[in-house]
Design a protein around this ligand. Structure first.
Ligand code: FHN
Length: 481
């Protein structure tokens, strides 16, 4: 019994230490304790150039996971696998050459990049992240460095090029998802344990460099590289390469942004270097979750982006969505608003069908989000963390002298409580269409904002005009306690 207790105690001690260490990792070390790093963060703090500002202002993005995995859609040899459809090769233990035979069936007859771009535009997304190559290794562009590309399929077309053009024509930025881990390449290694591994992996990194240069050259309007499949020991042992890849892309494409997930430092530390500084331009560890507002969110210290699925964990097309919970458009919308209220971007995933069309649920979702964004998008685009005390009716976002209340849970009292930071006054409250809303100051830095006259039937937005009231006379008196 005593032994069991000791084990439990040791385990919990270990868990606390790990958590404490993790927290510490997010806190930069005091300057005098920093250790010299060759491959640590290449800049400290947020980037403030125009390209980064655009990334930040966009706020709402869509993810496209499209590859050979869309063809089996989660089913192999009659068995449906519940895991993520884009990992089916791994779940069903399909050898690479057999998997790549799916290329013979790649013929998405309904694919029309212009229709996709119009759908994204209508949804109100400002950027689209496209899987140029997922873990399986199939390239959506005719890469001259691989045998496994769209060019070697019956369809033949450079679907990536068509998408880049169509999205850009609609004024939508394109970001490239790129998986470094590549199951189709015999030189890929999960770890480096021998000279032979070292040599093979060096070849692999050269191949990866070539593909990255090829993407940057063929599609120079790309605004961001979002790396994935970078968690293996082989990559952690080659932190120099991750720093090199980031630099190489930034030299080729001035302004381009790169996610933190690519990076490992001299000691194999990922995302945040051994001195606690974010590597890359924004934190990209928030997958199917949002950052914790207190623990993770020194938010305003760095940029971040979260990515989300609509079912529980399906990125690529899976033919059966009944195997997990599917979020409603309202739930998706709330996550978008929540992310922006904490100073981040949100990317909603779509997994197109093998025929090049989208499933009905995704079309409906895009439409519902789009309708809301059309009416209330001003509380999303270009907005940031407001720094006001969170209230249970919803979220605050902010742009200059305007603070937006995004109301998801109106209270029975019909009074929306707002507490302003010291020295900030609300001068006006209105709906996006200009209809004025009652607002009464009920205590120092505390207001009651009325509900709109017409009872809303969806989450709604109230725009507050604010003023720094530092110079205004203060009618309140502090309690003598
Ligand atoms: O393994 C992938 C997964 O299939 C998907 O692409 C997501 C998207 O963020 N990233 C990886 C898991 O972290």
């Amino acid at each position: 019994m005593k032994k069991i207790l000791r084990v439990i105690l040791l385990c919990s001690l270990f868990a606390t230490t790990t958590f404490a260490q993790q927290q510490q990792q997010r806190q930069p070390l005091p300057a005098e304790q920093e250790i010299p790093l060759k491959y640590g963060a290449d800049h400290l703090g947020k980037r403030h150039d125009a390209a980064m500002q655009k990334f930040r202002d966009n706020r709402l993005g869509a993810f496209i996971h499209w590859g050979l995995y869309a063809i089996p859609g989660g089913e192999w040899n009659g068995k449906v696998y519940n895991g993520a459809a884009e990992w089916l090769k791994s779940w069903a233990k399909v050898p690479a050459d057999e998997w790549m035979k799916l290329m013979e069936q790649w013929n998405p007859e309904k694919f029309n990049a212009k229709t996709w771009a119009k759908m994204a535009k209508k949804m109100g997304v400002k950027y689209v992240k496209i899987t140029t190559k997922h873990h399986e290794g199939f390239c959506l562009w005719p890469s001259k460095y691989s045998r496994y590309t769209v060019a070697q399929t019956p369809h033949k077309r450079d679907v990536l090029g068509e998408m880049v053009k169509a999205y850009n024509d609609e004024g939508i930025d394109v970001h490239f998802y790129f998986s470094v881990m590549d199951w189709s390449n015999p030189d890929y290694r999960y770890d480096i344990k021998s000279k032979e591994d070292e040599v093979a992996f060096a070849r692999f990194l050269e191949f990866t460099d070539n593909q990255l240069k090829e993407l940057a050259t063929r599609y120079p309007t790309v605004k961001d590289f979002w790396f994935d499949g970078t968690w293996d020991a082989s990559i952690k042992k080659n932190g120099w390469w991750t720093a090199h890849a980031e630099r190489m892309l930034k030299e080729m494409l001035p302004g381009v942004t790169v996610n933190s997930r690519l990076r490992a430092d001299d000691y194999g530390k990922r995302h945040f270097d051994s001195n606690g500084h974010l590597m890359g331009d924004y934190e990209s560890g928030y997958e199917r979750r949002l950052p914790h507002p207190v623990k993770d969110l020194k938010v305003t210290r760095w940029d971040w982006e979260a990515v989300m699925t609509v079912p529980e964990n399906q990125w690529g097309y899976h033919k059966d969505w009944s195997i997990s919970y599917v979020k409603t458009p309202l739930e998706v919308l709330e996550r978008i608003v929540h992310a922006v209220s904490m100073g981040g971007n949100m990317v909603v995933n779509f997994g197109p069908q093998p025929d090049g069309d989208f499933r009905a649920e995704e079309k409906n979702l895009a439409e519902a989000i789009g309708k809301w964004m059309q009416r209330y998008g001003e509380c999303i685009y270009g907005c940031d963390y407001a720094g006001w005390e969170k209230q249970s009716w919803g979220y605050f976002t902010r742009k200059d002298k305007q603070v937006y209340m995004v109301v998801f849970n109106p209270p029975y009292s019909q009074k929306l409580v707002v507490k302003t930071p010291k020295g900030t006054k609300i001068t006006k409250a209105e709906l996006p269409d200009g209809e004025e809303i009652g607002v009464i100051e009920i205590a120092r830095n505390e207001y009651n904002v009325s509900m709109p006259r017409k009872q809303p039937t969806e989450p709604f937005v109230i725009r507050l005009q604010i003023e720094d009231a530092a110079s205004a006379a203060d009618k309140y008196r502090d309690a003598l306690t």
